[in-house]
Ligand binder design. Structure first.
Ligand SMILES: C[S@@+](CC[C@H](N)C(=O)[O-])C[C@H]1O[C@@H](n2cnc3c(N)ncnc32)[C@H](O)[C@@H]1O
Length: 273
């Protein structure tokens, strides 16, 4: 969910490595975290679990099932709102995020709510956990679309999950890649190929350094990536825009949401041993 307001940047489409993606996105989220939490914190809820800008919650969608008594890892956990929801529902929720500042917000919310989410700074492509540590791994718009080496990230999820474990994640709906990231009418006209996976890159005008990166996978790519790491895809949830919902979040808006899907939630299970 990108609506960050970076310094003066130019936009390009070009290949970027995992190292470059991470070096850009960590500092970008550090810079943006205060504004992100100030803008979206109330909508997310300090111990709330929202799957995307449409506002659908885990209480409504039941993507994870009953978490009570389970070990649950959130990758790209930000301020840990979703994991705090897991904790209040009896699960042992843990967070991991690349951004130091996002994790400081997580600590702040731990103190304000009294619901603590043990969290660690790290990257999705190198999870600092032993094999078979978790029953569920999930991401709510966390990490996955910011990663170049997506096979490494999904392999890591498969490694830390127990046999039969669940992997659920929301990302920008792949069909949105065709459209300008504009909540208004301009965002309703396809201007680039759905099949062009060349990453979206912002480059800081002053320093010439890559300051933000997003990666695109088609729906078919996701199915193949999951299958290639031993996952069976059980569901692909495409939440509809609620009739009474009128909130703009980056390129997500009511006018676009009523016509095109903005979020895709993949729900997969690791094969039993
Ligand atoms: C859109 S936020 C989502 C956070 C949270 N789920 C929420 O709804 O607010 C994306 C998060 O992914 C994190 N992130 C980006 N790249 C990452 C990576 N390679 N590994 C782990 N986290 C990453 C960012 O720091 C950011 O906190």
């Amino acid at each position: 969910m990108d609506d960050h307001q970076p310094q003066s940047v130019r936009v390009e489409r070009r290949p970027v490595s995992e190292r470059e993606s991470r070096a850009a996105n960590g500092p970008d989220w550090d810079r943006y975290a205060d504004e992100y939490q100030a803008t979206h914190g109330a909508f997310l809820g300090d111990a709330g679990f929202v799957w995307g800008p449409e506002g659908h919650t885990e209480d409504e969608l039941r993507i994870l099932g009953d978490v009570a008594g389970l070990d649950v890892l959130e990758v790209g956990s930000g301020a840990g709102q979703c994991s705090r929801w897991v904790r209040t529902h009896g699960g042992r929720g843990f967070g991991l995020d690349l951004s130091h500042r996002q994790l400081q917000h997580s600590l702040r919310l731990d103190e304000e709510t009294g619901v603590r989410v043990p969290s660690v700074r790290g990257t999705a492509t190198d999870l600092p956990f032993a094999p078979q540590s978790f029953d569920i791994v999930f991401c709510s718009f966390g990490a996955l679309q910011f990663i170049s080496d997506i096979d490494d990230a999904v392999a890591e999820v498969a490694r830390v999950l127990r046999p039969g474990g669940r992997f659920a994640f929301s990302v920008t709906h792949p069909t949105r890649w065709m459209f300008p990231d504009d909540p208004g009418d301009a965002g309703l006209t396809a201007t680039q190929s759905y099949w062009d996976r060349t990453p979206y890159v912002e480059i800081d005008d002053a320093s010439g350094v890559v300051s933000y990166v997003e990666h695109h996978r088609t729906l078919g790519d996701w199915v193949r990536i999951l299958a290639g790491h031993g996952f069976a895809l059980g569901d692909l949830v495409e939440p509809e825009w609620p009739a009474d919902h009128d909130r703009v979040w980056g390129g997500w808006s009511r006018s676009r949401g009523l016509l095109t899907p903005g979020t895709a939630i993949f729900v997969a299970h690791l094969a039993q041993a």
